[in-house]
Each structure stands twice: as C-alpha cells, then as structure tokens.
Design a protein around this ligand. Sequence first.
Ligand SMILES: NC(=O)C1=CN([C@@H]2O[C@H](COP(=O)(O)OP(=O)(O)OC[C@H]3O[C@@H](n4cnc5c(N)ncnc54)[C@H](OP(=O)(O)O)[C@@H]3O)[C@@H](O)[C@H]2O)C=CC1
Ligand SMILES: N[C@@H](CCC(=O)OP(=O)(O)O)C(=O)O
Length: 415
Amino acid sequence: MSEVLIKAKKAKEISYQLISKTTDEKNKALFAIAHQLLEDEKDILAENAKDLQLGMEKGLDSSVLDRIKLDSQRLKTIHHAVLDLIELNDPIGEKLDVIQKENGLEIIKKRVPLGVIGIIYEARPNVTVDAASLTLKTGNAVILRGSSSAKYSNSVLVKSIQKALRTTTIPPEAVQLIEDTSRETASELFVLKEYLDVLIPRGSKALIDTVVANATVPVLETGAGNCHIFIDESADLVMAKNIVKNAKTQRTSVCNATESLLIHSNWYEKYGTQFIPYLIGEGIQLIVDDEISQAFPELQVATVEDWATEYLAMTLSVKLVQDLSDSIEHINKYGTNHSEAIITKDENNAQIFQTKVDAAAVYHNASTRFTDGFEFGYSAEIGISTQKLHARGPMGLEALSSTKYVINGSGQIRK
Ligand SMILES: NC(=O)C1=CN([C@@H]2O[C@H](COP(=O)(O)OP(=O)(O)OC[C@H]3O[C@@H](n4cnc5c(N)ncnc54)[C@H](OP(=O)(O)O)[C@@H]3O)[C@@H](O)[C@H]2O)C=CC1
Ligand SMILES: N[C@@H](CCC(=O)OP(=O)(O)O)C(=O)O
C-alpha cells in the first residue's frame, strides 16, 4: 500500500473520532502545538536551512527563497497565529437554524466538520502550521502535501505538531504529511474519493487546472492572482501613490499583490508625467501600452499576454482606459477573480465597480494586499478561494465546515 493510501485511510478513521472532540480539547491541542513549535525552534530552523541550501543550489528565485525562509521572528509569528485561533469561536456544533414544525418535529441545522481535508500547497512552511491548526480547530483530519522545495521544513514542523498532540486527547495522526513529494503523490490524492472529503489545491493556475481536470474528490479551488488597481478620474494622487506602491512592492511573491494598473486617461493627462516616474523611482519595472510608451519610450511595450500575466515580481503592466466601464470590462476579461481595487473619490463609481467586477474581494481606496485570513480577522487562512461555491476569498474556520440537519421527533410519521 502506498504512503498516500495508508495515511488517507488513517485520516478517515481519525476523522470519526475528531467529530466529537470538544472546543476545550481542541484549544488545549492548539496551545500545546504553539508551545512545542517554540521549543523545537533549533531543529526547525536547522531543517529549514537545508531547504534554503537546496533551493539556492537549484537556483530558486529570491522571492521563492524568501517564502521558504523561517527565522526566530517568523516562528514567533506562526506561534502567535496558533494562539490567536484559540480565541476564535469554534464554529463546530453551532446551531444555524431551528425549525419547530406544527407536528412537533424539531429540525436543527448544525455546523459539522468536513471530515478529511487534503491540501496540496506551495513552498511556504507557515501554511503547514496554518492548515494543521485551522483543520484541527474545526475537527477535521488533514493530509498535507507540501512542495518538494520545503520538504525538510514541513517534515520537522509536522513532527513537532504530532509531538504536541501526543500530550493531548487529539490523535497525532489528525495531522499527517505526505513525505514523498513526487508529483505522483499529489496525483494520487486527486482520486482518493473514498477517504478524502475535500481537496484544496493551493498554487498556480497550472496546478489548479490539473487538479480540476483530473480530480474525482470534491475540490475547493484557490487560484492565481492577476490583481488590478483602477485609478479613476477623481482619484487622489497621494492615495494612488501609496496604494499602488504597497500593492505592488510590499511583498511581490504573494497572490494578492497587484500585477496590472489601469489608469483613467483624464487622470493620466493630469498626473502621468509625475506618476510614471514615481513608480519607476520605487524600483518597479513598468510594461506599458502604446500611448504611455510614446511619452516614455524607454519602457517596455506590453503585449496582450502581459494583460494576463501574474509576474510575482517587481513588474507591473500599465494601461490607459477611457472610463469606468472600460476598466471593468478589462478586469473581467483578464483578471483571475481574486482581488481587484478602484481608487476614486466618486462613491457611485466605487459602488458600480464593486458590484460589476467579478472577484472574491473588491476594494475601494485600499490595497489588494489585504486579502488575507489574518487581515480579515480569521487568524489564518487555508487558501484564498477564487471560485463561487461553498467559500470565496480567504478561507478560515467556517469555510472548513459543512452542515447537517439533526431532527428530533416523538414518533411522528409522514402523512
Ligand atoms: N489563492 C491562493 O490562496 C493562493 C494562490 N497562490 C498562487 O500560487 C502561485 C505560486 O505558487 P507556486 O509555488 O508557483 O505554485 P505551484 O502550483 O507551482 O506549486 C504548488 C504546489 O503544487 C505542486 N504542483 C504543482 N504543479 C503540480 C502538478 N501538475 N501536479 C501535482 N502537483 C503539482 C507543487 O509541488 P512542487 O513544488 O514540489 O513542484 C506544490 O506543492 C501563484 O500563482 C500564486 O498566486 C499561492 C498561494 C495562495
Ligand atoms: N496569506 C497571504 C496571501 C496568500 C499566500 O499565501 O500567497 P503566496 O505567497 O503566493 O503563497 C498574505 O498576504 O500574507
């Protein structure tokens, strides 16, 4: 039997035990995990250094290495994220509806765990702990299949988590890692319908497309982020500078970073000659449309492909649009339904933009970088859903639950 099958079977078995764990038991487990991670800091950082070394040897990009990197401070942030989860309400068992029928039947709609969750995710060790702690708090068992580029970090983190769980009433196999990081193990998860209740692919468009095309397990899609900012005619110059700088440069490798800028042509006429040099001065490589290129011939000219590209780097495509509806049309054509923003003083335009743009998060006068579980108050996220069913946007505790009807009678029969 393969590693994936053995672990998936075990997870299914454990998931039936987790259903009835109390909030107190789950919170004690989270507390134990948070402290064990700090106790194991030396081992964790040593294993993380191996991933970084291998990453450097493989020539991984500096933004990818930065994603993989752990240090004392980052480990403390992870520790605090786990502790924060303790403070959040446990959604499991929550009564969402109570219907009292005339015949005396009481119909209760309750939140329940999903069961076994599989997650295939990028080279980011904090996701290992986020996914483990969110699924644990919601009474789910989890099968983690992280990136080969973070295998040593993920392995030591899961060992630490399981060590902590051994001191609690939660079985350590509630959190299991697939140690074999070959593509075959990911593909094996796609079709384990018998044991997995949900599969969450977290990564590039190529990964999501492969999973959607091949999975028989129900999929909760996350997705790439070709995020836009539209600077409307009435936008404040200082605000536009601050938001675009933050959304593009604060962390370039993340899915909620802005990749494409649309500027109202009237605003550009007024501010273009100072705004474009400002962005260049911030170290951003601009790829611009024909009109901007006439004024700034030193800049690279955009092709249609650029409008659809998620650079994940200090690169930004820039295009002039005639009006609000032009911007909405462009975003709905080239965007990835992740995070989109408008900068405007016109409330009516903001409302039209927020209604018509088809994305998980649509901002007015704020940076796209806020699409994040912690920023939304969920403590962490298991991914950012760009689909519409079950969950959309940063997926926190509620997104990891389903519902069930519990019906109490006293001998009623249907007439
Ligand atoms: N919406 C969201 O919540 C998030 C979206 N993203 C998006 O992810 C992308 C960046 O992450 P990146 O690491 O490049 O993502 P990848 O899709 O390359 O990798 C993600 C994971 O999937 C595995 N994988 C990739 N392709 C396949 C395949 N064909 N079959 C099986 N497994 C596969 C990888 O394994 P291995 O690495 O070992 O090859 C890794 O574990 C960006 O587009 C970003 O926007 C990232 C995080 C969150
Ligand atoms: N939660 C993140 C965004 C999602 C994410 O994990 O993105 P990525 O760095 O592409 O793996 C953040 O803004 O901090």
